[in-house]
Design a protein around this ligand. Sequence first.
Ligand code: AMP
Ligand code: ZN
Length: 664
Amino acid sequence: MSIQLKINTLREELRQHNHNYYVLDNPTISDYDFDIKLKELQALEEAHPEFFDSNSPTVRVGGEVTKNFNTIVHKHRMYSLDNSYSLEDLQDWETRVKKQVDGVIEYVCELKYDGASINLTYQNGKLFNAVTRGDGFQGDEVTANIKTISSVPLQLKGAFPKTFEIRGEIILPFDGFNKMNEERVANGEDPYKNPRNTASGSLKLQDSAEVAKRPLDCLLYGLVGNNFTYKTHFESLDEARQMGFKVPVEAKLCSSIDAVFDFIKHWDKARHDLPYETDGVVVKVNNLQQQEELGFTAKAPRWAIAYKFKAEQVSTVLNTITYQVGRTGAITPVANLEPVELAGTVVKRASLHNADQIEKLDIRVDDTVFVEKGGEIIPKIIAVDFSQRPANSQPTQYITECPECGTALQREEGEAKHFCPNYNGCNPQIIGRIQHFISRKAMDIEGLGGETVALLVNADLITNYADLYALTKEQVLPLERMAEKSADNLIAGVEASKQIPFERVLFALGIRFVGETVAKTLAKHYKSIDALAFASVLDLEQVNEIGIRIAQSVVDFFSDPENQEIINRLKSSGLQLELSAEKLANQTDKLKGKIIVVSGVFHKVSRTELKKLIEDNGGKVSSSISSKTSFIVAGDNMGPSKKDKAEKLDIDLISENDFLKMLE
Ligand code: AMP
Ligand code: ZN
């Protein structure tokens, strides 16, 4: 088989598997086999850049960086939808529709997916661009980011017009949203508030590899263009499915407004079982001829209307307010409620966020409160029912001392939350920090779980993560549920973690705001913990992607004498506190201070390798040419607009070969 045929066959196969998995929810091979095929394709593409295809399944992993999103004028305006909040409103809408068109009217009911709207343009069956709604007339081009979403077809199947557009909603299903938040909390960051904002924020991330990590999905609801043959909206949905788009099957054809009411009544409850957020139902006139007769108002189609679900609300009594202390010492007040059923689950607790929120609501113990489940996953207290307030009620006094260790709480300028400054003596902080240290993405200590950490701390066997390395089998054996074998495993797991590379150790330390990516950046830049500990705020701020908040947090961490002592003990225990010799060997300062743009197709190394080479040698990769650009590594087929710009700004083009020579 020729290489080209092999590449095309793999692309076709992977496309089909992607479709089975992400659109049909019906995979036919294992994830493992899929990965093997993807890697095979990646290797072939790297070795044969002449067969490059910007819509190959390998682009799903991202990597392209967008500095400025281009503004694109929509060919067809993206209208908004009129809203209705009651069945009477809908009935009125039907009356208006019937006045304007003759004949039988059918409706299509769809769920109103709650995310960020997107317009996809396809040319010759390939995704050409993806543009946000913006103000309806023009939006931002976010194609590189959208390509990473696995359910968006990059290459269509079956029959399709040469050019057309399709609209849909980018959403973040609950599962993926929760996973992302678990990771954020593990990194000492605040969790995201709701899936919708997180989805729409994702579209404007500059690094598409970051977007690729987010489990986004794309649900389509409308073909646009005048070169189709179908006569009704319902048929168009099916046609879109045939081409490979993910069009939710909940969409239903209704022959009367009563059937529409039934659909709404059903989904008002059933929507709570869907894997993603919906905030209503969209009702559309099915017949396209009738749609055309109805036309548009200044702002929305007359042939469609949104029915908004009421966020379900209940009232219940606030029994107590308790305060939780997180790993970073942040205090979260929690409302403990008289259990009550809401949107299909029993609610017992709600977050009160911080002191300001309590003051704003003027919420007090024994108050009757209204609880709502809106876009947020955790139920929210909307308001107090003041008519029910007991006569002897007293305003809530926010705590001034840590509920766990009694230390006076602090609140920093600009921060919403109070926090307990007793970094090394407050139990939940100690336990949380050690749990983070041993977690999978950090030191990955096998044989030691979160509960055992709590047992060890409460038994006074450890008070920080350095103590783990002094633990003996005899010490841990008496613990609850600890047998000979599990004790051995624990000690062996701790021992094995001494081989974990420096960047992960740095992440494991649990320095506030130093997540996985920041830890990698810092490790690469400073190369050893000693150099990092020595860095000033100013120094740190010079590092790419490190802002004042992270810089200050790093300096604070290393200036604490107790932390210094802990680091010294980790060092004596033999942890990896500098980059390994092998990693260092590949790093130089040859490109220090250089800002380099990579453009075109390369033959000896892949684009990704090229970028890595630049970074390993101290240079910075930029995606756009500006007066700051030092030079451009130019491969074959460099875009004409880039060439023009380089010429105008008098920036050197360097060939792949010359560039590699530079590094020798
Ligand atoms: P609004 O933002 O309230 O004006 O509502 C209009 C938006 O609803 C559109 O821009 C779409 O992004 C979104 N939407 C969600 N689901 C659907 C659907 N099934 N049909 C049409 N629009 C939808
Ligand atoms: Zn405390």
